[in-house]
Design a protein around this ligand. Structure first.
Ligand code: AKG
Ligand code: FE2
Length: 354
């Protein structure tokens, strides 16, 4: 049996042997999406496409090439926005499966089943219904966080980092919106890595952190639903212990770029340093993320807009500034067990060299 430190260090170098990506080199964009009008929303993060319909891509003879180019674009730009999508939750699920596969996810990774998803839920296990009405009843993912803090920024997170094999991509379509408000923000983990000094970056590259979602046990009790303890999309994600150890800096296999991978929602402790040091380091990294609006993009939803983002190298934060109903469907696929490839580069370094 490897010790915890041995296991963590093997993950830093090469990832868990059962959940390594199927690609060993970054993927190359073929240009197939250039035919669609698009706009980068900030220099660092976010791209919006016009006239691109997920439903049409699924029917296209060029389907897999378009989907792979979309995966590369999402991983490069962090998040992509597609307006007014005419697509069913089942089509979204199929699209998410192709997207993660064509981006090189390990064979053992499928779509995630959230530990709070009810057995026999309306749209199937792999679709999470995001709903402000449900949340009022105590079912929201960030309910507890927004309850205890007066800072809207308390809700910054990356999806399901408490799983040993966390998410590569999430896809969210919002179909019910308040009159105004309910924007979502994303921030770039590549850019936050680029704001570290080389000394600080190499120190953090030697460390792992513990991610913990034990608060879902209370949430499940409150809702009266048992927590999902079976396999949640990967054979490595099961049981009731909702904790995982991941490198603080990870490599995104699709771009080959390094990103900071700790988040306010789930990361409790940087390992191998004292609790006080861990608190200071985490607070510093969270400040870099929340206080740099030039590393963020803020999206104003219209009905049936869709966002697809890379959870390995971005964070996101919903805004709870409205009283009416807001609801949508989310699908979340699983990628590789996080790892750091010491040969990989930072985003700015790669772009400067290009
Ligand atoms: O409601 C939102 O805008 C985002 C919710 C969220 O965190 C997610 O879908 O992962
Ligand atoms: Fe989320």
């Amino acid at each position: 049996m490897p010790t915890v430190m041995e296991e963590a260090s093997s993950r830093i170098r090469g990832g868990h042997p059962h959940a390594r990506p199927r690609i060993s080199q970054p993927l190359e964009y073929s240009g197939s999406l250039d035919q669609y009008q698009h706009q980068d929303l900030t220099p660092v993060i976010g791209r919006e496409y016009e006239g691109l319909q997920v439903g049409e891509i699924l029917q296209s003879p060029q389907r897999d090439q378009l989907i792979q180019d979309l995966a590369i674009t999402i991983s490069t730009r962090g998040v992509v926005f597609l307006r007014n999508q005419d697509v069913t939750p089942q089509q979204m699920r199929y699209f998410a499966e192709r997207l993660t596969l064509l981006a090189g996810c390990p064979e053992s990774s499928g779509l995630h089943v959230h530990p709070l998803t009810e057995e026999g839920s309306e749209l199937g296990d792999q679709i999470s219904v995001i709903s402000s009405e449900k949340q009022k009843k105590g079912g929201g993912l960030t309910h507890q966080l927004s309850d205890v803090s007066r800072f809207a920024s308390a809700a910054w997170h990356t999806d399901i980092s408490f799983e040993r094999v966390p998410s590569d991509y999430s896809m969210l379509k919002i179909h019910t919106l308040p009159n105004t408000g309910g924007d979502t923000l994303w921030a770039s983990g590549y850019e936050i890595y680029d704001r570290l000094s080389p000394e600080m970056a190499s120190f953090l590259e030697r460390l792992t952190a513990t991610h913990d979602a034990s608060f879902f046990h209370d949430e499940a009790r409150r809702l009266g639903n048992p927590l999902r303890k079976g396999i949640r999309g990967s054979p490595l994600n099961h049981g009731e212990e909702l904790t995982a150890v991941h490198p603080v800096i990870r490599t995104n296999p699709v771009t080959g770029w390094k990103s900071v991978y700790v988040n306010k929602g789930f990361t409790k402790r940087i390992n191998g340093v004292t609790k006080d040091e861990s608190d200071v380091l985490l607070q510093y990294l969270f400040n870099l993320l929340t206080q740099n609006h030039d590393a963020q993009v803020r999206f104003k939803w219209k009905k049936n807009d869709m966002a697809i983002w890379d959870n390995r190298s971005t964070w996101h934060c919903a805004t709870y500034d409205y009283a009416e109903a807001r609801a949508g469907d989310r699908v979340c696929s699983l990628g590789e067990a996080p790892y750091l490839d010491l040969q990989s580069t930072s985003r700015r370094q790669a772009l400067d060299e290009a």
